[in-house]
Write a protein that binds this ligand. Structure first.
Ligand SMILES: [Zn+2]
Length: 159
């Protein structure tokens, strides 16, 4: 059985008046990610990790931010599309591990719902999706609460 790993990273600036969408769910907060789509860093980094593991380029290849079609798009659509591409290549998601970096609000209490939403979009059990939260200890743009970032590693197996 062959195993492949992919890594993904994403960062969005946080701006007042935008919805804070992380891992497919909306959180109560006064700022949210600026971006062409809904700015969900977990979904974007996860999409890149899956595409990378499958050798299929990156999110920009499949969903160019110059395309008005993706303006304000629900990022779960990107994951559903990635799932379809993996299916075509006979690759299955074995495990996903993510780190989300954000000063506020606290993400931990929302992880069960995020894992459910991500699992639904990808057609895998939430148990295969692991999420971790970090702050940036007040350092840099993320630490000043000006941005949100995520790292994701995805492991795929050939079916
Ligand atoms: Zn993004």
């Amino acid at each position: 059985m062959s195993t492949r790993c992919g890594i993904g990273y994403d960062l969005h600036r946080l701006e007042a008046g935008r919805k804070l969408i992380v891992g497919g769910i909306e959180l109560e907060f006064d700022k949210g990610p600026a971006g062409h789509s809904d700015g969900d860093v977990v979904a974007h980094a996860l999409c890149d990790a899956l595409l990378g593991a499958a050798g299929l380029g990156d999110i920009g290849t499949h969903f160019p931010d110059t395309d008005p079609k993706w303006k304000g798009a629900d990022s779960m659509i990107f994951l559903q599309h990635a799932r379809k591409l993996l299916d075509e290549k006979k690759l299955a998601i074995e495990h996903v591990d993510a780190v989300v970096i954000l000063e506020r609000p606290k993400l931990g209490p929302h992880f069960p719902k995020m894992r459910e939403a991500l699992g639904r979009a990808l057609g895998v059990e939430p148990a295969k999706i692991h999420l971790k939260a970090k702050t940036n200890e007040g350092v840099d743009a993320v630490g000043r609460g000006e941005a949100i970032a995520a790292y994701v590693v995805a492991t795929l197996v050939a079916r």
